[in-house]
Design a protein around this ligand. Structure first.
Ligand code: B12
Ligand code: SF4
Ligand code: SF4
Length: 367
């Protein structure tokens, strides 16, 4: 038993996992309770994912009959410097320059393919388990497992008040995944103790007040979800969206362990730009837009969903006097999609260009 445990931990580390932990695969009853009570309270905002079937997502044995162990891995994504090459792919003027052009900001976890590193490393662990005669399934960001609860039980981190899983001394700039197996491997003995103490920076910094209790996020207010949700973007939260076009990092940016990790310069991996040119998005074909969005979760893979978000962000970041901005707004004010007309009207008003809608010009930045 000891030999196989050491082998899989070493295999995971060699193949790209920054941290590896072992947990037993019994049901996650606290997570089941959390999913059911939050769903009953509406905090899940109709999200599916782990909420679709909480009994399944919290009981690994429903995914693999006879499952005994979870080998949990974490891969750091960290800070990513913008690279001009990636900006070129996603816009810029005729010379490829984005200077002065309105840009949307992409959350760190969506820049660079950390998921691929995670999955490759987990697959190598699963292969070792198969070779030793065991069954093994890779689960990462999958509806069948609550990843944070697994990582917590594996003793690799604590639940922050932001609800993110913070790895001991390393912070939360990590993606998480597991290999579920019928092998019996010695689990971590103790969970990592709370490291937040009296800090509440994430709660105070959340731009929409979405952290409604310690460790509890109300998805109806969380910008990360609202950018993915197929439902209309609530009008009262559009100004708070700022320049975010995919994901939101505010509760992590302010977090002291993350700031320390940023200062140590850790985690630059992968690459790609964390900005995207909004005017380019609003002029791109469906195909180009979805290609640029890459692995983003886009409901129904509908390019208009991305255009709606781009119009809202343009309303927060654009200059209504810029003829290119005015032209983009005008185009969408006459679009066939109600949601795009609504977003363009909101943006026009906010940029002081109600005249484009046929109303008297309003004050700039009115929301
Ligand atoms: C649904 C989902 C979301 C939803 C809802 C998030 C949420 N907090 O519930 C939305 C779309 C909003 C979202 C956003 C983000 N997500 Co997300 N998401 C998921 C997903 C698919 C399921 C999570 C889930 O089941 N939530 C349900 C609730 C019940 O879980 P929970 O909040 O963790 O609840 C626990 C705590 O409340 C704790 N708890 C209970 N009582 C108490 C009391 C105290 C005092 C404390 C501190 C804690 C605590 O126990 C609960 C049960 O375990 C997972 C992937 C997966 N399959 O697990 C990724 C995942 C959680 N997301 C991830 C990431 C990276 C993000 C974002 C950072 C992305 C971004 N930059 O925009 C944000 C962070 C927002 C935030 N503050 O949580 C990572 C988390 C990595 C990490 N280090 O924690 C995951 C694991 C994906 C992955 N495989 O890497 N996400
Ligand atoms: S991701 Fe953004 S909106 Fe969601 S809880 Fe964190 S700070 Fe708030
Ligand atoms: S900001 Fe403070 S309270 Fe929030 S998760 Fe980080 S350490 Fe915990």
């Amino acid at each position: 038993m000891g030999g196989l445990r050491e082998l899989v931990v070493a295999r995971g580390r060699t193949n790209g996992l920054d941290v590896v932990g072992i947990a037993d695969a019994s049901p996650f009853l606290d997570a089941l309770h959390a999913l059911e009570t939050r769903r009953a309270a509406g905090l899940h905002a109709d999200m599916q994912f782990t909420y679709r079937n909480p009994r399944r997502s919290t009981d690994p044995r429903r995914t693999l009959d006879g499952a005994r162990t979870l080998v949990v891995g974490a891969v750091r994504y960290g800070s990513v410097a913008a690279t001009p090459e990636a900006i070129d792919e996603r816009g810029g003027d005729a010379n490829g320059s984005t200077t002065g052009r309105p840009l949307g900001r992409i959350a760190r976890y969506a820049v660079g393919d950390h998921d691929a590193v995670l999955r490759r490393a987990l697959r190598s662990v699963a292969e070792d388990l198969h070779n030793a005669g065991h069954r093994a399934v890779v689960l990462a960001d999958d509806n069948a497992l609550v990843d944070r609860a697994a990582a917590h039980r594996a003793g690799i981190g604590w639940f922050g008040k932001s609800s993110n899983l913070l790895l001991a001394d390393l912070g939360s700039w990590f993606v998480l995944g597991s290999v579920l197996t019928d092998a019996v491997l010695e689990p971590a003995s103790d969970p990592v103790g709370d490291g937040c103490g009296t800090c509440r920076r994430c709660v105070d910094a959340c731009p929409t007040g979405a952290i409604v209790a310690d460790g509890v996020v109300d998805a109806r207010r969380c910008l990360s979800w609202l950018l993915q949700s197929p439902e209309p973007f609530p009008e009262e939260l559009r100004a708070a969206l700022g320049d975010r076009i995919y994901g939101c990092d505010d509760c992590q940016e302010v977090c002291p362990p993350n700031r320390r990790s940023d200062r140590r310069g850790e985690g630059v991996r992968g690459g790609g730009s964390d900005r995207i040119d909004l005017l380019w998005m609003l002029g791109a074909s469906d195909e180009d837009l979805l290609r640029a969005a890459g692995r983003w979760y886009v409901p129904g893979r509908d390019a208009d969903h991305l255009r709606r978000n781009a119009l809202l962000v343009l309303g927060n970041t654009g200059d209504g006097r810029d003829p290119q901005v005015a032209a983009a707004l005008t185009r969408f004010l006459h679009h066939g999609s109600r949601s795009l007309v609504d977003a363009a009207s909101w943006a026009a008003r906010r940029l002081g260009r109600s005249d484009l809608i046929g109303e008297a010009a309003g004050p700039r930045r009115a929301s």
